[in-house]
Design a protein around this ligand. Structure first.
Ligand code: 5GP
Length: 206
């Protein structure tokens, strides 16, 4: 396999669309992808584990990370910070591993500025109504929070233009299969492969 740097995949999309579920199911199947565990200031939900689901930080700790430029991107989302640790992503890509981010859209746009060569996948709800039902039926959030999330969702949908691929999450296993096929296709892209061959030839001629 003639490949060097890994590919950065970014799965993003509106709140409640099922990014987490798709990502978890994908990782049950794909073991050669590296998931970048995010940092957050939000409280731990039942069943979540520090260092597995997120690295849980205080607001002060998080703001220090921002100041020290240790985050590849970060966003404030429903009154909490969420961010991607820079070093892990850069090191994994440099070692040739594919890295997978599952983040909200403001963060995805920041990643696009720093890593335009990343592959941006927008997970889309079958309908806004369905999205609303999913958020409401989660039952763990207050009405205000649900409304906030819906407002965010509308804005986020308008941001679809920045993405390379759109996957409708009508059924989780279908969405996962589509994401897998995107990953496979990206590895077969002529320009990526040609670049690698060229480098090998240049090294030979040195
Ligand atoms: P939740 O609180 O439900 O776990 O996540 C809320 C939102 O934050 C989800 O849309 C999730 O994808 C997003 N998120 C998780 N980690 C990150 C991150 O590191 N950066 C950004 N920008 N968003 C994140």
């Amino acid at each position: 396999m003639i490949e060097e740097k890994g590919i950065l995949f970014i799965l993003s999309g509106p709140s409640g669309v099922g990014k987490g579920t798709v990502r978890k199911q994908l990782f049950n199947k794909k073991t050669d992808l590296k998931y970048s565990i995010s940092m957050t200031t939000r409280g731990k939900r039942r069943g979540e584990i520090d260092g597995v689901d997120y690295f849980y930080k205080t607001k002060k700790e998080f703001e220090q990370l921002i100041e020290q430029n240790q985050l590849l991107e970060y966003a404030q989302y429903v009154n909490n910070y969420y961010g991607t640790p820079r070093t892990y992503v850069e090191q994994m890509l440099a070692k040739g591993h594919d890295v997978f981010l599952e983040i909200e859209v403001q963060g995805a746009l920041q990643v696009k500025e720093n890593f335009p060569e990343g592959v941006f996948i927008f997970l889309f709800p079958p309908s806004l109504e369905e999205l609303k039902n999913r958020i409401v039926s989660r039952g763990t959030e207050s009405n205000d929070l649900v409304l906030n999330r819906l407002k965010e969702a509308r804005k986020e949908i308008e941001m679809m233009d920045a993405y390379d691929y759109v996957v409708v999450n009508d059924q989780v296993d279908h969405a996962v299969a589509k994401v897998e096929s995107i990953i496979q296709s990206e590895h077969l892209k002529r320009e990526r492969i040609a670049k690698q061959y060229k480098k090998i030839l240049e090294d030979e001629l040195k």
